[in-house]
Design a protein around this ligand. Structure first.
Ligand SMILES: Nc1nc2c(ncn2[C@@H]2O[C@H](COP(=O)(O)OP(=O)(O)OP(=O)(O)O)[C@@H](O)[C@H]2O)c(=O)[nH]1
Ligand SMILES: [Mg+2]
Length: 408
């Protein structure tokens, strides 16, 4: 990702799903006006999800996601179907492509049921309109109990209906969410916020990570002042400031030292706490972390990463967190880890799930994981909050948010 692009996690994710040969890739290509995905009359042409970031008018920054057919067979086919269903977890708007020449199947019905259950806005798109038998549209509408706005007949080949499909996607994908901020609402113009960013071997080369960039941006939006230092320079920096800063925001890894070096009358919090609030899961994460106190010998904890390539997270997830859990609880805890799009369906065997901050996951995927845990009654928290908790500084770090502070 280039530094100038909208982050993946902030883009509207549009997924194309359906059976093999229905024309998923063709419809996606037609909607974008680009040859993004390979098209052929061989069933199972698309074998892996294809992601493409782009500007799609009238929507803005999106990620277009093409998927393998949901009716693929055999061992490999089954894995592909699973991949497609995983893509669904990050989909903000689903295009269910049906082959108008063939009609619907049980696979389509199962997929639509899943889409409805997840509350994902969708449009059933009957493709190959020119080959469609008379009465087909009515039949599909009735079978799936669709209203007019949920269904559209198109032809990727001739382009008929594609413009309308684009507008329909834009309409369903538009989420009217209230404005939310990382820190902007906590700062007055000219307030000073000191950001603590450790530069160690785990830090990415030559740049800051996304939550840090976003926090700096949000401080600029507030008309406030950001001072960025490493943990080693924090004390010195605080003594050099002419007026007391409003808050110190630290990377969770340096929490302990930063808490020590920051006078008690300065608010202290972390990037991951701010990020969790931004994503709407701070309360669940704070409630979740207290499950650490109830762990017993032999209990299993799941540590889950959103990405597969983040060295910094990797080191925390596989080495440090397991160690802290064992040190804090003093119990023999079994640890399991997952990364990337892998997230177990059945969470009931876990006593606690500790997830990364999810900076690389889109909101829907993160929300989905949180609600899976919630539905199954499994407490879930995140790395930063768990670190603050085991180091005994969580309470202080959520002082900025009284409703959360009162939970502890
Ligand atoms: N007649 C007609 N053929 C179409 C249309 N759209 C796609 N096709 C053809 O249908 C075949 C399958 O199209 P794809 O876009 O590869 O289908 P897919 O759903 O992506 O298939 P898999 O990747 O194999 O799952 C190709 O031969 C396309 O040329 C259409 O609107 N009309
Ligand atoms: Mg395809």
């Amino acid at each position: 990702m280039s530094m100038n692009q909208t982050p993946m996690s902030e883009r509207v994710h549009i997924g194309f799903f359906g059976r093999r040969n229905a024309g998923k890739s063709s419809v996606m290509n037609a909607v974008t006006g680009q040859d993004l995905a390979v098209v052929s009359d061989v069933k199972g042409t698309t074998t892996d999800p294809v992601y493409k970031s782009m500007e799609l008018l009238p929507l803005g920054p999106v990620v277009m996601m093409d998927t393998p057919g949901i009716d693929d067979e055999g061992e490999l086919g089954g894995l592909r179907v699973r991949k497609s269903y995983q893509v669904l977890n990050k989909t903000d708007a689903a295009v269910l492509v049906i082959d108008g020449a063939v009609g619907v199947s049980e696979e389509d019905a199962a997929l639509l049921e899943r889409i409805r259950k997840k509350g994902i806005p969708f449009v059933v798109t009957v493709n190959k309109k020119e080959l469609m038998a008379p009465g087909m549209e009515k039949q599909i509408r009735e079978k799936f109990d669709l209203d007019d706005s949920q269904m559209l007949a198109v032809s990727a080949a001739s382009g008929e209906g594609i413009h309308e499909l684009k507008e329909r996607i834009a309409l369903i994908a538009k989420t009217e969410e209230p404005e939310k901020y990382l820190v902007r609402d906590l700062l007055e113009p000219a307030d000073v916020a000191v950001l603590v960013v450790p530069i160690d071997s785990a830090a990415p080369k030559g740049r800051l990570i996304l939550p840090q960039q976003q926090t700096i941006r949000d401080i600029l939006e507030a008309g406030a002042v950001s001072v960025v230092v490493r943990e080693k320079e924090l004390k010195d920096a605080l003594s050099k400031l002419a007026s007391k800063p409003k808050m110190v925001i630290t990377d969770s890894q340096a929490f302990e030292q930063v808490a020590e070096d920051t006078p008690k009358d300065i608010l202290l919090t972390s990037f991951s706490i701010l990020m969790a609030r931004y994503k709407g899961n701070l309360e669940q994460a704070v409630r979740g972390v207290t499950a650490l106190d109830a762990l017993e010998d032999g209990d299993t904890v799941l540590i889950s990463e959103g990405c597969t390539h983040h060295r910094q997270c990797d080191d925390i997830g596989t080495v440090k967190i397991p160690r802290w859990i064992r040190e804090y609880t003093g119990k023999e805890i079994q640890i399991e880890t997952t990364s990337g799009t892998e997230f177990p369906d059945d969470l009931t065997k876990y006593k606690l799930i500790i997830h990364c901050g999810g900076c690389m996951l889109n909101e829907r995927e993160m929300k989905y994981r949180l609600s899976c845990a919630d539905d199954q009654g499994v407490p879930m928290t995140n790395y930063g909050i768990m670190i603050a908790y085991v180091k005994g500084i969580l309470k202080r770090s959520v002082q900025v948010f009284p409703e959360i502070y009162n939970l502890l």
